[in-house]
Design a protein around this ligand. Sequence first.
Ligand SMILES: NC(=O)c1ccc[n+]([C@@H]2O[C@H](COP(=O)([O-])OP(=O)(O)OC[C@H]3O[C@@H](n4cnc5c(N)ncnc54)[C@H](O)[C@@H]3O)[C@@H](O)[C@H]2O)c1
Length: 455
Amino acid sequence: MTKILCIGAGYVGGPTMAMIAKNNLDVEVTVVDINQKRIDAWNSDDLPIYEPGLDEVVNEARGRNLFFSTDVEKGIADADIIFVSVNTPTKTFGQGAGYAADLQYWEKCARQILAVSTSDKIVVEKSTLPVRTADAMERILESGKTGVRFDVLSNPEFLAEGTAIVDLENPDRVLIGGHPTPEGQKAVQALVEVYAAWVKRENIITTNLWSSELSKLTANAFLAQRVSSINSISALCEATEADVGEVAYAIGKDSRIGSKFLKASVGFGGSCFKKDILNLVYLCKTYGLDEVAEYWHQVVKMNDYQERRFVARILKEMFNTIAGKRIALFGFAFKADTGDTRESPAILIARELLAENAEVVITDPQALEYAKTDLADVIDRVTFEPDPYKAAEGAHAVALLTEWKEYQTLDYQKIFDSMPQPSFLFDGRNHLDHQALHDIGFNVYSIGKAALKHI
Ligand SMILES: NC(=O)c1ccc[n+]([C@@H]2O[C@H](COP(=O)([O-])OP(=O)(O)OC[C@H]3O[C@@H](n4cnc5c(N)ncnc54)[C@H](O)[C@@H]3O)[C@@H](O)[C@H]2O)c1
């Protein structure tokens, strides 16, 4: 029986391995992590991440051919294929701080694999890494001269949080990069077989290692670029009374452009877009490609501008003072259907509102615990309230920051009646029925559309 190990039981490692185990009954899959709490949660009924459909997939495979453990060494020793899916955050220290990927967790894994292995392994980069990282991994793995053979592959993950299970079940493509040597291609084929258990072969793309590594960074850069592009136009719409929704629809009808990822918003968040673009920027600079670096850097700068512009608008529309005013933030997760708050625009917005001495109340159906951690240093100045009605009570303004479906069906008349007048609603996701809200009496401000005001 083939044994697969995944090092790193996070948002990627957990769901991807559950899907592999679900579809490969002849494969035993173990997911290991150094975080005992996380592993305990994976072994419980209360999984450590919220993802629609995940519980069912885990329940089906766990204990049968899917296992979660903290015994990293045993896992490595037993495995034929090892996925490395540890975190690769932006470096916060030394050279490249603020841009480069911090590869310390990933390199520790490579060294541990070398130290523990007594049989041949295929080592798969699942984490998002700078292009040519496989080169470094191979050099570490070959430094031991243990007689054990390691074949390194790149297999970046393209799932999106919130739709991870659907994305994994039916991926647009699976990408596998390997060396063109006979051994490299044999390793590629072994991994192709794992995915071919449920993914059509024409959707499994094989490339060289460097193309695979670079494709992941490029895909995220292109996706984020579309968001920043439409967000830049939203600012112009607000100045000209054009409607960004209408503009996006009109341009998206052009099949060369396409309609996806053209929703203007308060900005993109998530653990990947910013980190991966900054990583790309750093790589370009390293290779002396300053113009290319600056081109992609602008995508992140535009996102930052969009978040700050949102706060500036709140301040301006609320008579240039929000000191002492209660402002309810509806949503803190970086998008709907996830509890993840990493790089959520809500973090910066909450902090900017606090800097203006506003009284900030946060509500979110899934992300309140992470919100408390994100704002730990100012926690005594923030109220966390699971009930959106209570959050809005007495608030001068509601600012919608996450497009949770339940926010569309709230009783906004009841909310309006509990707020002082004039009351303001800032829709950072263009998620609500603005005309209906205006009819109730709200002064409504959305992204890239003319305001609907009573004052
Ligand atoms: N989150 C996403 O939507 C997404 C999508 C595609 C790709 N990625 C990439 O996948 C990688 C993982 O992302 P994530 O969101 O799952 O991260 P995560 O932080 O949720 O999980 C990483 C896990 O690795 C564990 N870990 C770190 N070092 C370890 C070690 N030496 N031994 C065992 N466990 C160790 C950590 O404890 C953590 O639980 C990143 O490179 C990320 O860029 C993420």
